[in-house]
Structure formats: C-alpha cells, structure tokens
Design a protein around this ligand. Sequence first.
Ligand code: UD1
Ligand code: CA
Length: 480
Amino acid sequence: MSEDTEGAAAMEAGSRAKLAVVIMAAGKGTRLKSRRPKVLHEIGGKPLLSHVIAAASKVVAPGDIYAVVGHEAEKVRAAMASTGIRFVEQAEQRGTGHAIQSAGEAIKGYENILVLSGDVPLIRPEHLTALWKFHQTQNAAMTLVSAEPECATGYGRILHTAPDSVEVAAIVEQKMLTPEQLSLREVNIGLYAFRTATLLAHLGKLTTDNQHGELYLTDMAQVLHGSGERVVALKTDEPEQLLGANTVAELVALDATLRAATANRLMAAGVTIFRPETCVIDAEVEVAADTIIEPFVQLLGSTHIGTDCRIRSYTVIENCTLGDEVLVRQSCVLADSTIANGAQIGPFARLRPGCEVGEDVHIGNFVEAKKAKLHKGVKAGHLTYLGDAEVGEGTNIGAGVITCNYDGVRKHVTRIGRDVFVGSDSTLVAPVSVEDGSYIGAGSCITKDVPADALAVARSRQFTKEGWAAARRAQSKKSE
Ligand code: UD1
Ligand code: CA
C-alpha cells in the first residue's frame, strides 16, 4: 500500500470509530453585542456553524460530529437538526476547556478527536485532513494549527520549546501575555487534534487561574507538555482562511472574503461579473458560462442560472432556477420561482414564491406575480398582478390587468387559456376561467367564466352627449 492509500484507509477507519469531530459552539458571543447566538450569525448567507459542519462532514460521518451547545442551545439544535450531527450540552459556559470536558462521555470511545471552533467558518476539509495527517505522523498527544495573520491581537500566542521546533510548550492567551510576549506573531487558530485517552486523563488539571476565570482548552498545551506528552503545531500559510468571527466587523470581513471566493469561482467558470465587489452572491449559487452579472446584483440561497443570461443591476434573485438566455432587467425581485429559456423580465418586476415562467415569456415593468404558471410566450408587459393564476401559451395580458384572487377570507384560482387577449385594466374575479382564444374588452370586471373564442365585455356602455361641454362653459361664463 502506498503512503497515500494508507492515509485514505486511516481516514476511512477514522470515519467509522477512530476519529470524531467536536465543534465548540456553546458560547454567547458577548463581543457581537447580539441577542442571537454567535454561531447562528451568517456569512455568505449561511450560519457560521453550518459552514463548519459542512467542512467536518467531508471528513467524518455526521454521526461522529458532536457540537457542544449551551447558550440558546435549543435554537442552535433546531437550526442544525437537518445535518444529522449529534449535540452535547454545556449548560454553563465556563470556557473552551470546560466545553471539551462536557463532551467527555461522547468522545471517550474515539481514539482521536479533532476540535473545531464554531466561529471559524472558512475552514475547509483540506485543513482538517492536513491536521489529522500531521497529528498521526508526529505521533502527538495534541496538535494545534497556528498561523501568522497580519494582526495577531486577540489571539492566543504559541510558545515553542525551541525557535525552530514544531514542539509547543504553551499557548498564552492575549490577556495573559507579558510585555515581551506581545511581539509574538504566531497565533493559535483554535483548531486542534487530540489523542483522546491522553486528553481525558489530563483534562481535569485545567484551572480557572486566568483573567476570565475560565477553563481554557489552550492551557492543555502546557499541561500535556509538562507531563512529558508531545504537543506540536502545524503552521498554515493561509491565515485569512482561518480567522475567527468575534465582532461584527470580523463577521463582515469574513463574509467579504467568502463572497469574493464565490465570485472568483464563478468567474473562473466563465461567468462575467462586473464590479464583483458590489455583488452579494451566496456560497451555493451556480451560474453557467457566458452569463453576465451587472454591478449591484444579489444572487441568494440556492439560485441556479443557465448560460447566456444577463442579470442587470439592482436585481435580487433568491432560490430561483433560470434557464438559458434569460434577461432580467434592472431592479427585479425574484424569489422561489423557475424561469425557462429565453424569458425576459423587468425592469421593476416582482416574482413572489411559486411562479413558473415558461419559455420566451415577457414580463414587463411593475408586474407582480405569485404562484402563477405562465406558459410559453405569455406577455404581461405593464402594471399587472397575477396571483394564483395559470395563463396559457401565447396569451396577452394587457396593461393594468389584475387577478382578484382574495375574497377577504380565502384565495382562489384564475385560469386563462391559450391565445387569449385580456384587454387593459380588466379585473378577473377568481375563481374564474377564461377559455382558449377568447377576448376580453378593456376595462372589464370579469366575474363569470368566458367560453372559448368568445368576446366578453363587462363594463357600462359609453354614452356621448354632443355639445355638452361647450354648453357648460357658456353657462358658467354667464353667471360670472
Ligand atoms: C480562542 C482561543 C484562542 C484562539 C482563538 C482562535 C481559548 C481559551 N482561546 O479564543 O487561543 O486564538 O480561539 O479563534 O480557547 N465556546 C464554548 N463554550 C465555552 C466557551 C466558548 O463552546 O464555554 C466556544 C465558542 O462558542 C466559540 C469557541 O468555543 O465557538 C471559541 O470561543 P471564543 O470565546 O470565541 O474564544 P476566543 O476568545 O476567540
Ligand atoms: Ca473566537
């Protein structure tokens, strides 16, 4: 077996029983000044903890991932329930060391554990596999990941046993640094591997003898080194990928890093994004080559866009699937809908959830649709509301047409057939059906079904009084 396949086999075995991942996610996040638990704050459109779980899930099975939850534990559990991971309660948050003590029962069956922080969201599976490999080849009791970021303030610093050694004697937290240690630039990223039995045998030695009166997991470096165990650091050369989010400013900076990476991924795949720094694109968005995204566009959630589309400025698209050659003009808001090839939408159009827009459909300015199925070639050019409606192929909806779908209590459906002409400013009072090929005169209030190929006009007849206006003017002049 080559070294590589041996490594893979070890990972395999690890994913069954040898290796667990513990994610510390119980903290309140005091520095965010927020009522929401820190790990549920979002970057790239997803909670911090979701990013960490996604990376961990690539390395071990969800059943071997344990999130330590405490502050607002129920909310965190509920938000992560679909991931299939396990949870451990840390009722009182007495520090990162205490978080791992709380997980003692859960982890004792595993030979090794990786410990991750729920607030270090840009972590990738490669970071974890590199750490796991290094931990094994170094035969260490504790391996930590270190880095030299531009600004080390706030991070724990690494004290090596000798200047060029990978061995670590201690991690010193920011508040405990001596004046000489302030210049130390190598920081602790908060990502560790431990040999579980050795960790558990010494975990009780942690003390609260520090500025915060907490049990620091970082003190395990000194505890283990002091007991003759091997503690080593794996230094990463991409510190910006492993920064923590403790303040709103740090969250926003990580969000920008993640979004820049997403925009770069799409551009590498052939998508043109003008002024990408002005666009907000969530991590899971997919766009095919030759599509053009103009400045100040937001593509959110699980949005998929085909090839040769153009998304013009100030448009926000959330959880939508667009086919090929779709044009979305300026300032549209599209949510939870599908749009087929060649459709043109906007400017200033709104698709609320549940719309199915067919091929070559034209939706113009100030058109709102909700749960509307518009078949191929439908045109709704101006100032229209289509709610709970189905519109057949080739039908033309005039300016100002409204489906009256709500009777004050319930919603009702409007069905319009193919090749229908609905005259401007008509209201269609649902439930109502307008059959294929029919015509509706402008300004009609349609309350009854219209049969195929019929003309329906539902408005009062016009009457005209010749000379009436001139007579009125003459009258008012006389009385002056
Ligand atoms: C921690 C490290 C520091 C490192 C930094 C990297 C300690 C003592 N310090 O500091 O050396 O440079 O991360 O980002 O570990 N948590 C719990 N239970 C608790 C306390 C915290 O689960 O009782 C969780 C938090 O939710 C968070 C993680 O542990 O996800 C780290 O805690 P945090 O308070 O953010 O530690 P830092 O001060 O950033
Ligand atoms: Ca932190």
